[in-house]
Design a protein around this ligand. Structure first.
Ligand SMILES: Cc1ncc(C[n+]2csc(CCOP(=O)(O)OP(=O)(O)O)c2C)c(N)n1
Ligand code: SF4
Length: 270
């Protein structure tokens, strides 16, 4: 565990065995431990939406706040504006943020609020037992849609690029070390950082085999994350309805621009 105290609270973990949330949580804890020399633990605030993912704030021993469904971005923005010295990291679900909270997500990216959002993208509403979400593919079979969703999935990476996010990445909960490195970079980024995490739900949409077969790392193909057009091209590479298109993981795009706090808190009204 290194020089820092254990970052686990010891609360009983009620996620299903082999749930992708375990890999995601390990990657985050590991990232925070590795950053501990430059970012003291008391500067972190973590918060979550509602769903299986939301339990993560019970399990990690940092300042935390349980938000409500889809409302992590405005809550995180309020915390950041009240104390810009804090590192604010929100954990959200794909139903939580791509459906209920999608307008808040878009405005966080547009404003370049200096917060990090980590999406547990299991492509299902899992706590409520498997309804389809905006990232579920057409072959997803859930109780409310036994023949599959009557609409196509959205592409959150392309959405965030278009909305103005200054750090856009995708990780995979099955590749913990790679994900840890992405999360570290996201936390260190000044501005809105967005990490969509492929998080298999072994009960309602078990995608381990798909992601083990189809993911590849952007850094292995020489991707330049400062190139917006190239980032967009890579973002569109994965057909979310397909089981046979390659899925890039890594940092798609990063750039610098003034943050919401910098612009707002230095604003003059005269
Ligand atoms: C405004 C609102 N609508 C609906 C719900 C019911 N609800 C609770 S958890 C949940 C599903 C969460 O799914 P997701 O965000 O994908 O997270 P997961 O459980 O998959 O981690 C829903 C619909 C709620 N709590 N609040
Ligand atoms: S239902 Fe799915 S997302 Fe929820 S804890 Fe179980 S495996 Fe994980």
């Amino acid at each position: 565990m290194g020089a820092v105290k254990s970052l686990y609270t010891g609360a009983e973990i009620t996620w299903c065995r082999l749930c992708g949330n375990f890999g995601l949580m390990s990657a985050f804890v590991w990232a925070v431990e590795e950053l501990a020399e430059s970012i003291p633990l008391e500067r972190f605030v973590i918060l979550s939406g509602i769903g299986c993912h939301g339990k993560i704030v019970d399990y990690i021993d940092l300042n935390s706040f349980y938000s409500i469904h889809g409302r992590v971005p405005p809550t995180a923005t309020g915390i950041k504006l009240a104390n810009p010295d804090l590192k604010v990291v929100g954990f959200v679900g794909d139903g939580d943020i791509y459906a209920e909270g999608v307008s808040h997500l878009i405005f966080s990216a547009k404003r370049n609020t200096d917060i990090t959002l980590i999406v547990h993208d299991n492509r299902a509403y899992s706590l409520t037992t498997g309804q389809f979400t905006p990232t579920s593919p057409s072959h997803f079979r859930g109780k409310s849609t036994p023949e599959g969703p009557p609409e196509d999935p959205m592409n959150p990476i392309a959405l965030m690029l278009e909305a103005g996010a200054t750090f856009v990445a995708r990780g995979y909960a099955g590749y913990t070390e790679h994900l840890k490195n992405i999360i570290k970079e996201a936390i260190l980024h000044r501005g809105f950082s967005f990490v969509d995490v492929l998080q298999p739900c072994v009960v309602f949409y078990n995608t381990y085999d798909l992601y083990n077969r189809m993911t590849y790392r952007l850094e292995d193909v020489g991707h330049d994350p400062t190139n917006y057009e190239e980032a967009y091209r890579r973002a569109k590479e994965w057909d979310y309805n397909s089981k046979d298109t390659k899925i890039p993981i890594g940092i798609f795009y990063r750039t610098e621009k003034p943050t919401y706090e910098e612009r707002l808190l230095h604003m003059s009204y005269d």
